[in-house]
Design a protein around this ligand. Structure first.
Ligand SMILES: NC(=O)c1ccc[n+]([C@@H]2O[C@H](COP(=O)([O-])OP(=O)(O)OC[C@H]3O[C@@H](n4cnc5c(N)ncnc54)[C@H](O)[C@@H]3O)[C@@H](O)[C@H]2O)c1
Length: 437
């Protein structure tokens, strides 16, 4: 099939690579000329394990090309995937200006019957609005399909090559059949392609993210209670995870969820529900609890240093909102670092891949260190913010030796409190049987 991707970001680039890899001809279009020029030379705009190889292989065979020319992208393809950003507006709703603006551009350019696929996360009713735009401006019939994306940054390629499920929202049998044909190679192990009505498909995406955000927030809230009652949230996690109704995943407490999706999607769903006169009270609390959670580590730091942190230096390990990505959108590290800087502290930070992106946001206020131990040297304490694997088995003896005093604030519970204390550290985790130091 001839496919065009409009919006070559995390979702568009990964999806384009996967479609090319299964033999389709893919044009990836973006308005960002620098990104497209880089991609033409094989320069990846994002860090995503395995992605560069797949793109290079398919580019060499001519199955994936990059352009800033929307007209060519529209006119050469039968299927147009809209993978545009839907950031949060001031009132919490999803900003649909790019999606609706591009929809009108596409409508005016179509030169034959097409399928337009909405891959962005959009509130219920958006696909109907896009369909209306097509009816008003397109000279040829256009089927608009909802096909929300569920990839996880860090494992995006694997998630897209082997999705747990593919959701297709359409009333058109023809469009559904084409979408099935397109996705069949990715679900050979039997994972489902679920065809449903458009509105349910749109809401399914929000339901998934809102549920996961709720699950992690519940554990964060419970961890804070553990700190107060002297229970260890790790035992509780193990104790409940073996119940299949609860499940093992997303039960790890930390410094709050961030990233490009959960925060904005939770708020957009809250806004949709409010607009419908059915406030989702649980989700509103999830957002409030999560906002507070991003400050939990700073409170622990303030308690340890009796509120006197001006002039102190903190080593921060991990900046990206989660491991295996350089995405810093809504990363909890930003909240923690900005708060500590406001309080007069100095920050030396290390991340295996996100330094360049973080530098663009935080600038010279932070000293960025290419090596983890460079950040630790001479610092008053180490703060773990992102649970990169290399931090899990780091040489703790060396950390102790390099810090002014052995103090660790572990925002991801990657170390064992007992072992750390035996090693002579003042150790603070999240919900680890109280901060007994
Ligand atoms: N990133 C994720 O993990 C993820 C997962 C699932 C769903 N989503 C959803 O997918 C959508 C896209 O997210 P993303 O993370 O890929 O965003 P992104 O910001 O990484 O990429 C969007 C791309 O669209 C381009 N763009 C903006 N305006 C354009 C225009 N007028 N014409 C052409 N290109 C334009 C941007 O330059 C950018 O490259 C969002 O709705 C998001 O919620 C994202």
């Amino acid at each position: 099939m001839n496919i065009s991707i409009v919006g070559t970001g995390y979702v568009g680039l990964v999806q384009g690579a996967c479609f090319a890899d299964t033999g389709n001809d893919v044009i990836c279009m973006d308005i960002d000329a620098k990104k497209i020029a880089g991609l033409k030379k094989g320069v990846m705009p994002i860090y995503e394990p395995g992605l560069a190889e797949v793109i290079q292989r398919n580019a060499k065979d001519g199955r994936i090309t990059f352009t800033t020319d929307l007209k060519t992208a529209v006119q050469k393809s039968e299927i147009l995937f809209m993978c545009l950003p839907t950031p949060q507006s001031e009132d919490g709703s999803a900003d649909l200006s790019r999606v609706l603006g591009v929809a009108e551009q596409l409508a005016k350019l179509v030169n034959a019957p097409k399928i337009v696929v909405s891959k962005s996360t959009v509130p219920v009713g958006t696909v109907d609005r896009i369909s209306k735009i097509m009816k008003t401006h397109a000279k040829h019939p256009v089927d608009v399909v909802s096909n929300p994306e569920f990839l996880k940054e860090g494992t995006a390629l694997q998630d897209s090559l082997r999705p747990d499920r593919v959701i297709v929202g359409t009333a058109s049998k023809k469009a559904a059949a084409i979408m099935r044909e397109l996705y069949d190679p990715f679900v050979r192990t039997g994972n489902p392609i679920i065809v449903m009505d458009v509105r349910s498909a749109e809401l399914t995406k929000y339901a998934a993210n809102a549920f996961l955000a709720t699950k992690i927030t519940f554990m964060n809230d419970l961890a804070n209670l553990c700190d107060r009652v002297g229970a260890d949230v790790e035992w509780i996690r193990k104790g409940i995870a073996s119940d299949p109704r609860i499940g093992k995943q997303f039960l790890f407490p930390g410094v709050g969820y961030g990233g490009s999706c959960f925060p904005k999607d939770v708020n957009a769903l809250v806004k949709t529900a409010e607009d419908q006169g059915h406030p989702l009270r649980i989700l509103k609390s999830v957002d409030a609890v999560n906002t507070d959670q991003k400050s939990v580590l700073v409170q622990k730091i303030l308690r340890h240093f009796d509120g006197k942190i001006a002039g102190k230096t903190f080593a921060v390990w991990g900046l990206a909102f989660k491991p295996q990505t350089d995405d810093m959108r809504d990363a909890p590290s930003l909240v923690i670092i900005k708060k500590l800087l406001e309080l007069g502290a100095k920050i030396k930070a290390h991340d295996p891949v996100a330094i360049e992106v973080a530098e663009g946001i935080l600038g010279k206020r932070v000293k960025f260190c290419a090596k983890p131990f460079e950040a630790v040297k001479g610092a008053d304490a180490l703060i773990i913010v992102t649970e990169w694997n290399e931090f899990r088995s780091a040489d703790i003896g060396k950390v102790k030796q390099l810090l002014k005093k052995p103090v660790v604030f572990d925002g991801r519970n990657i170390y064992d409190p007992e072992e750390m204390r035996q090693f002579g550290f003042a150790y603070y985790g999240i919900g680890r049987a109280g901060d007994k130091n």
